[in-house]
Design a protein. Sequence first.
Lengths: 312, 312
Amino acid sequence: MFIGIDLGGTKTKIGIVNEEGLLTSSISIDTEASLGYETVMKNIKAAIAGLLKQNNLIIDDIASIGMGVPGLIDYEKGEIIYCTNLSWYNVDASGYLRKHFDVPVYLENDATVAAYAESLFGSTKEAASSVFLTLGTGIGGGIITDNKIIRGSHGAASEIGHMVIGENFYDCNCGRNGCFETFASATAMIKYAMHRLEDPSIESSLRKKADKLEAKDIFDQASKGDKLAQEIVNRTAKYLAIGIVNIYNILDPELIAIGGGVSKAGKAFFDLVSSMAGSMTLSKHVKYARIVPAELGNDAGIVGAAFLGMQA
Amino acid sequence: MFIGIDLGGTKTKIGIVNEEGLLTSSISIDTEASLGYETVMKNIKAAIAGLLKQNNLIIDDIASIGMGVPGLIDYEKGEIIYCTNLSWYNVDASGYLRKHFDVPVYLENDATVAAYAESLFGSTKEAASSVFLTLGTGIGGGIITDNKIIRGSHGAASEIGHMVIGENFYDCNCGRNGCFETFASATAMIKYAMHRLEDPSIESSLRKKADKLEAKDIFDQASKGDKLAQEIVNRTAKYLAIGIVNIYNILDPELIAIGGGVSKAGKAFFDLVSSMAGSMTLSKHVKYARIVPAELGNDAGIVGAAFLGMQA
């Protein structure tokens, strides 16, 4: 058995996963990020202890603990370099857990954990080399090459959301202009909608939702024939295709999987993105990666984290 | 001993390389691309036979033959998928050589061969993971991760010159707009100069060279204080930095090496690019790859090709 932890800014999910990748028991706790690193780790420690007890297990039944983290990892030291959402800098989270539970502990970036879970049990399990993109508030990425996670020489690889792909009307949170995630995330769709709605001559059903507009509304209204919504969906698909074709031209993976909110847009959107990407490929003699929706749901973070020991 | 072949559109270089990577004997022949595939391969075959004889060697003294090709390879079949400069499509060049010389034969993209040679004996030999960019007519790329060449699932990886990084005033040869090589190759510098010189109010010493302007002239005039030349050098450095930081954010290599004509611009240009890239990094907590000039000269193509068997 393995323990997987999916650390989030608000909620943290912890689960026991068996050798087949089945989540046999899990718990979701409040992260209580505002109370600081020590409290968060104490909460996680207590939750693990509770989960073991509840399942009549002892720590000797657990082969390893893995944790997915919304931040950057120093893999040599086993430390978290930083974790913006939680205001953590240089904390030895694996050392903390190892002190309380005498098993190997592994840390990994959360988007990479999701990519890894998909490659083990989900949409990319047939592929030795795949790229996973999660489209939500931003764009997270994970790269698997020959069944190995690509972490980079300083743990900073697969930050695909910050690949510059064009010029945009607003700057990215990172301070630069043109990042992939400012064109093709859920946030990007909403920002572009609000930008276009500044023009009072534009008639659109999106205007009613204005302040609480979500990406889902834009997809819904596009399918109902709203012109502005359709324009936004087309723009999103175009830039998603540009980013994907950049990945073709750099990594040429076997499969590209898309997860996160935008991935629930349905087959029509995937067909549109695939067709646009197909028209942008460098060589017509190459059959590039298919673009597929992610298959694993919310548990991917726990399951992927639980299996991190296989990458050590 | 190994044989390395550097196939070019005009000249083809063939050499004998020893176990230490030393080129012991070489010859340069006219490729005669216009006479077609069979003639080109016959020329290469004859040159190899001549080279062996001249060095009192027989084919049994040769461990393997490797060839760098300006095109795309099907690694499973050992065939060239296409080679635009030579108008070759789906030709079994390794089968041809193997038929005449009873040794293993390996094919590889030429920019990747140069990257590999640098990683074995040149600028990136200290690094397990590196990216090589050659800036000339276009931008060629080679990616080494954990001492392994990254070829992609369909042999189409490391086409970094066709990563879209912005919007440009002219389209790329590939048919798209915004490719890295339209911003940061030698050709890109010249095209931008000509574009700016269309404005008759601009005074610049580059105007005299106009029709036969080279990247070197632009660097020379910039160092002499020509305002337009300086503007072009700054623009080139900026976009080169954008492309390099994209590579940081995707692959996070240990080192990035730059070869080709533009790399001869000197230390001031490398310092400018490094400083610009440093200001664009995603995390200030990470010490990203240094940007270094390639070290190997024209022989890199032969030497890298000769050692391709080590990657098989």
